[in-house]
Design a binder for this molecule. Structure first.
Ligand code: MTE
Ligand code: MO
Length: 218
């Protein structure tokens, strides 16, 4: 964040305005199917418990250590099924829309993004949360890395619709314009007032828990 941004008032800004316009009645916990609803594979993946069809490790069996190609997002960390996903894969999954506002160095921005809930994409990698601990997933963190080694961290609870009301997206388009295949998706964080965590040209999502750091920290 620039100093200029820091001096702006945030009062009244950043109210969550996720517009799930593709279906009539949805709850905060339901994913709205729209563009991909006619795709039977994608429609099947919209069931809350199943992994995204095209995001399944079987569909993209690349190891998490494989070098990431242009437009590819590697999903790994403390997960059972690391995999790689592209914009093309994401476009085949059930899409939701979010109309958002954020403050940036360029000024206030207002956009409508379309994409896939981050939670769906990460769930498919099967994070290894310690379920012997109460709410083991609340120890979870996600590090999102984008172009220029730009990185931002999320707590798992921020993106898990079982805990948070807002829906963080891996966007495939902005204001109706598709992101370039070689650039990759952009994170959209409707609850944030500032654009800092709208990581562009996303290339890596790391899922882990804070336990090794906290318990090793004395
Ligand atoms: N990869 C990457 N993503 C990024 C940044 C960056 O430097 N690199 N800057 C962030 C910041 S600080 C803001 S305010 C927004 C700005 O969005 P814009 O690039 O669409 O103007 O992008 C965010 N995403
Ligand atoms: Mo920013």
């Amino acid at each position: 964040m620039t100093q200029d941004e820091g001096l702006r008032t945030v009062v009244g800004r950043g109210s969550r305005r996720v517009a799930q316009v593709c279906a009539a009645a949805v709850t905060a916990l339901l994913i709205t199917s729209c563009g991909a609803a006619d795709d039977p594979k994608a429609a099947a993946a919209s069931s809350a418990s199943s992994a995204p069809a095209s995001a399944s490790p079987a569909a993209s069996p690349k190891a998490s250590s494989a070098p990431v190609g242009p437009g590819e997002v590697r999903i790994g960390g403390e997960v059972d099924k690391p995999y790689t996903i592209t914009l093309a894969d994401l476009r085949k999954l059930p899409q939701v829309e979010a109309s958002v506002e954020f403050i940036s160095a360029k000024g206030d921005q207002k956009h409508t993004y379309r994409g896939v809930p981050l939670h769906e994409v990460l769930k498919a990698a099967q994070p290894r949360f310690d379920q012997s601990k109460k709410n083991g997933q609340l120890r979870g963190v996600v590090a999102a890395t984008g172009g220029g080694d730009y990185r931002a961290v999320f707590a798992w609870a921020e993106l898990d619709p079982g805990f948070a009301r807002s829906q963080i997206l891996l966007a495939v388009s902005e204001d109706g314009t598709a992101f370039e295949d070689a650039a990759g998706p952009r994170l959209v964080v409707p609850q944030d007032t500032r654009g800092g965590r709208y990581v562009s040209d996303l290339n890596q999502l790391w899922v882990g828990t804070v336990d090794p750091v906290v318990d090793g920290a004395h």
